[in-house]
Design a protein around this ligand. Structure first.
Ligand code: ASP
Ligand code: MG
Length: 391
């Protein structure tokens, strides 16, 4: 019997009362496997999207602090409902928000980082025989204001708690039963991976696959936490993220459509100071940048689509005399240990993209991945790449 397990349930697993019943049954079945059970929940279904939309109807760029105050409520609703249900089913449970647990973060609203977790309250609730249900995705900063950890951040809450409690395992339950070699909705022959290394998982998350929050993989790697991604709705084995032997082969293909490229153009060459100024302003506004490039009279960079209003407003306010272009691009990422040493894989990818007549904007090969920026990648091409590259 394990001492402590963390069970995290994603938004689609807790979307309504019927699903909450399935989740409750799953938690109860784990009582035979572990002495202490800590549950972390996401907001129900598309609640967070809905709350953001509401806020944006009131203001194109809602104040960061207030937005966190609003969107953190979704998880609290799930945690309390699940606790009500478990108690009715005869199993002692208690729900706690991020601040009740003592999840301390820095002050970056919307993408706060966890700095410290106090486990006192959780441990005393375990002592009382409670299943502890924590609202994911949230913490408090030094002012005791609520912060959120970034979209998909409940995964990070779960793994951070696993590390803090020294729990035996963290299960990330969702409506998919693990990591696939490609999105099964896109590629019919996509296959489930039994295990994957932390490095490869990190690449998959960074590539924009929504399976696991990228920051949680870093925590898991650092504290050598065992994670298993599995389905809420069946008992099949999922995918283990662990310290496994890495074999040199392509593991997964990911397409990310959520990118936007900005080009900031000036009539004459930009001075060094202007370039630095632009870079610092973007970072100062908490915009996560990819590929910031300067070329004569223009600077270009990529960011996630969710940042686009913020960036545009900042540019229009502080960089008045510049022309601003915005383009939507897609990113294709091919992940596998040691890819950089295998030109055959890179050539195969280029060949398929060339035959499809696609315009390539950027190719970037690192130790464990190939990243290609294109303006539109058809799913048929992903199928073709899958067939060629995945054994
Ligand atoms: N509810 C938040 C989101 O939708 C956090 C999460 O689900 O992990 O991004
Ligand atoms: Mg998620």
């Amino acid at each position: 019997m394990m001492n402590t397990v963390v069970m995290k349930f994603g938004g689609s697993s807790v979307a309504d009362n019927i699903k909450l019943n399935v989740v409750a049954e799953k938690i109860i079945s784990f009582k035979e496997k572990a002495k202490n059970i800590l549950v972390v929940v996401s907001a129900q279904g598309k609640t967070t999207d809905g709350l953001i939309k509401d806020a944006e109807e009131l203001s194109a760029i809602p104040t960061d602090r207030e937005l966190d105050m609003l969107i953190s409520t979704g998880e609290q609703v799930t945690a309390s409902k699940l606790s009500i249900l478990l108690n009715r089913m005869g199993h002692k449970a208690i729900s706690l928000t991020g601040w009740q647990v003592g999840i301390r973060t820095n002050s970056i609203y919307g993408s706060a980082k966890i700095e410290e977790i106090c486990t006192k309250r959780i441990n005393s609730e375990f002592q009382n025989g409670n299943i502890v249900i924590v609202a994911g995705f949230q913490g408090i900063n030094e002012k005791n204001d609520i912060t959120t950890l970034g979209r998909g951040g409940s995964d990070t809450t779960a793994v951070a708690l696993q590390a803090a409690l020294n729990a035996d395992r963290c299960y990330i339950f969702s409506d998919v039963d693990g990591i696939y070699s490609a999105d099964p909705n896109m590629v019919t022959m996509a296959k489930k991976l039994n295990e994957i290394s932390f490095d490869e998982m990190q690449e998959i998350s960074d590539a924009g696959a929504k399976v696991l929050h990228n920051r949680c993989v870093k925590i898991a790697d650092k504290f050598k936490c065992d994670i298993e991604l599995a389905s809420t709705f069946n008992n099949n084995n999922g995918t283990k993220v662990c310290k496994c032997i890495e074999t040199a082969e392509v593991k997964s293909i990911i397409k990310n459509e959520k990118l936007v490229t900005f080009e900031v153009i000036k009539k004459h060459r930009m001075s060094e100071n202007e370039v630095y100024d632009l870079y610092q302003k973007l970072l100062g506004n908490n915009v996560i940048l990819e590929n910031f490039k300067r070329c004569e009279n223009q600077v270009s960079f990529r960011t996630e689509k969710i940042n686009q209003n913020k960036v545009r407003e900042m540019l229009e306010k502080d960089f008045l005399e510049y022309e601003i272009n915005q383009k939507y691009l897609e990113k294709l990422t091919i992940v596998g240990y040691g890819i950089v040493q295998d030109n055959k894989i890179i050539l195969d990818v280029i060949e398929i993209l060339k035959n499809a007549g696609l315009e390539i904007f950027d190719v970037n090969v690192t130790q464990n991945r190939i990243e290609v920026i294109l303006n539109n990648i058809d799913n048929v091409i992903i199928e073709e790449l899958h067939q060629k590259l995945i054994k």
